[in-house]
Design a protein around this ligand. Structure first.
Ligand code: CO8
Length: 258
């Protein structure tokens, strides 16, 4: 399917989504997010996609929600349309791992979209921020919640209250990103990382994703119990037998997602 605001490609079981609104620094509008939700839903059911990379341009992952699209909306418009909720929920509902590859600006909804992904690899030019306060509003897609969990209260509070940007080095140090790579290598690194995930048993990959995400929703005691039960259940899979037999036989496992 052709998209107007995304460029998509599937190669070696990795799906690549490139946000493509260069004139607006990939500002997130309803059309772009609807296209994104569509492709994620389709790829979640597609056996040819086992891991996903979401990226933008070198200058901007995404400079936020589209301010021009939002500016005339009333509170009632936002409430009744439940603005962006359905589209962004699709990111959270995707069971296959999504890596955000961030270069340049990841601001407002752009930073929030990156944080909805499973992890972020960024380039040395990345700048993260929640500058909505400068527009007389505040974050509305997780910028006060996910950012606080990722970098702690002080940094999240300062960024949300002042609109200060965080550079790549600080984002790495603060735990917002998994690692920083030179801008020219970003996409290759993200694709290579997704490729590594694509080689694993998809059942185990989904179980890991579900289990790590539970760490944000449960007490540690409940989370550890959840993890243990999921771990036990993986012993019902052929991939567990294959993975452990391959280790003993000193060969590469052939996972079949069974
Ligand atoms: N929305 C719409 N257009 C944008 C946006 C945006 N967020 N960001 C940039 N653009 C457009 C500019 O208007 C400009 O277009 P034009 O050439 O037609 O004037 C073009 O992109 C290039 O931008 P600049 O000329 O400003 O580029 P600079 O390199 O000078 O500056 C910046 C780059 C610093 C990124 C600057 O563009 C900027 O500050 N952008 C806005 C950042 C911002 O405030 N983001 C937060 C938006 S609000 C939000 O994200 C709320 C999310 C919650 C939604 C919740 C729904 C429930």
């Amino acid at each position: 399917m052709a998209y107007e605001m995304l460029i998509t490609d599937v190669s070696d079981y990795v799906g690549l989504i490139k946000l493509n609104r260069p004139d607006a620094l990939n500002a997130l509008n309803a059309q772009l997010l609807t296209e994104l939700a569509d492709v994620l839903k389709a790829w979640d059911r597609d056996d040819n996609v086992r891991a996903i990379v979401l990226t933008g341009s070198e200058k901007a992952f995404a400079a936020g929600a589209d301010i021009k699209e939002m500016s005339d909306k009333s509170s009632v418009d936002m409430f009744v349309s439940d603005y962006f909720t359905e589209q962004t929920d699709a990111v959270g509902r995707t069971r296959k791992p999504i890596i955000a590859a961030v270069s340049g600006f990841a601001l407002g909804g752009g930073c929030e979209l990156a944080m909805m992904c499973d992890f972020i690899i960024c380039s040395d030019t990345a700048k993260f921020g929640q500058p909505e306060i400068n527009l007389g509003v505040m974050a509305g897609m997780g910028g006060t919640q996910r950012l606080t969990r990722l970098v702690g209260k002080s940094k999240a509070m300062e960024m949300n209250l002042t609109g200060r940007f965080m550079d790549a080095e600080e984002a790495d140090r603060s735990g917002l990103v998994s690692r920083v790579v030179p801008a020219k290598e970003l996409l290759d690194e993200a694709l290579k990382t997704a490729g590594k995930i694509a080689e694993k048993s998809q059942i185990a990959v989904m179980a890991v994703k579900e289990s790590v995400n539970r760490a944000y929703e449960m007490t540690q005691r409940e989370g550890i119990l959840f993890e243990r039960r999921v771990f036990h259940s993986l012993f019902a899979t052929e991939d567990q037998s294959e993975g452990m037999a391959a280790f003993a036989e000193k060969r590469t496992p052939k996972f079949r997602d069974k």
